[in-house]
Write a protein that binds this ligand. Structure first.
Ligand SMILES: [Zn+2]
Length: 281
């Protein structure tokens, strides 16, 4: 069913024009060698069970260590790219979100409209190494640098009718799968679910934006001294696409596939060769 809806949205995307759907940057060309390497890495990552989680203290130390290196590189990159738009906010807070009980990472806005990046505690506990966390944070910066929220809103406005129908349908399915889920007294939990769903939901339908964020992340990770290809393996984990509550998980909004790894490999090779990101516009 999801696939049908995704195809429907893709068709809408084409029907309303490409303004809201196109990428800001060109995606690198993936050659056969990168594809083959990515396929092997993907198979290996899918077959590797998650390692032991780290202690909260170690997770917090990793978070501080990685943010201290990735954020300055990401902010500098954002500023250089936003040279013609001085109003673009580049210095995003990167925070640990203690309010969500599922592994997730996202870029969204607070109530005042200020953008920020949130990583949940279960996600921090599951991350296997610094490269993975660095790539994840850089990927979320990628969504911000490429204006995916703004593009998603334009898309959502144009396709409001279809999106409304999608929401109603997905709620019906959520209720069907979890009778009573929305009748409990934990309103705050529900609000959080809604907020998170709204934050990441629009992105679930754009594999192109995912790949674009991966490309930006490959450059940012490299600039901050991390191995983007090693970090991107995290996305290939054999994890469920939906949470226990029936909402899309991190892997539901970031579908794992070998194309993602191949794109990161190709982007890293291009960066190693001294090539910057090329604008698609
Ligand atoms: Zn993403």
């Amino acid at each position: 069913m999801t696939g049908t809806w995704m195809r429907g949205l893709m068709a809408t995307c084409v029907a309303i024009g490409l303004a809201g759907c196109g990428t800001t940057y060109e995606l690198p060309k993936v050659n056969d060698e990168a594809s083959t390497m990515a396929a092997a890495m993907f198979t290996q990552a899918r077959a590797t069970p998650p390692g032991a989680t780290v202690t909260p203290e170690a997770a917090a130390a990793r978070f501080r260590r990685v943010v201290a290196r990735v954020k300055p590189a990401a902010v500098a990159f954002c500023r250089s790219e936003a040279g013609d738009r001085p109003a673009k906010v580049c210095d995003l807070p990167v925070v640990i979100d203690p309010s969500v009980g599922e592994a997730n990472a996202y870029q969204t806005r607070d109530r005042q409209g200020a953008p920020f990046i949130g990583i949940t505690v279960p996600m921090l506990l599951q991350v296997g190494n610094d490269d993975e966390l660095a790539f994840m944070i850089a990927h979320e910066f990628g969504h911000h640098i490429a204006d995916h929220i703004e593009k998603g809103e334009r898309q959502a406005l144009a396709g409001a009718l279809i999106l409304g129908a999608l929401t109603a349908t997905s709620q019906a399915y959520a209720n069907q799968a979890n009778p009573g889920r929305y009748t409990g007294a934990d309103q705050a939990d529900l609000q959080r679910s809604i907020g998170l769903g709204a934050a990441v939901g629009q992105r679930a339908y754009s594999q192109t934006y995912e790949l674009e964020s991966d490309v930006i992340a490959a450059h940012i990770a490299r600039m901050s001294g991390y191995d983007a290809v090693n970090g991107a393996r995290f996305f290939a984990r054999p994890a469920g696409a939906r949470t226990q509550a029936g909402t899309l998980s991190f892997w539901g909004t970031h579908p794992p596939n070998s194309q993602r790894l191949a794109t990161v490999i190709a982007a890293t090779r291009a960066a190693d060769a001294g090539q910057g990101l090329n604008r698609a516009e």
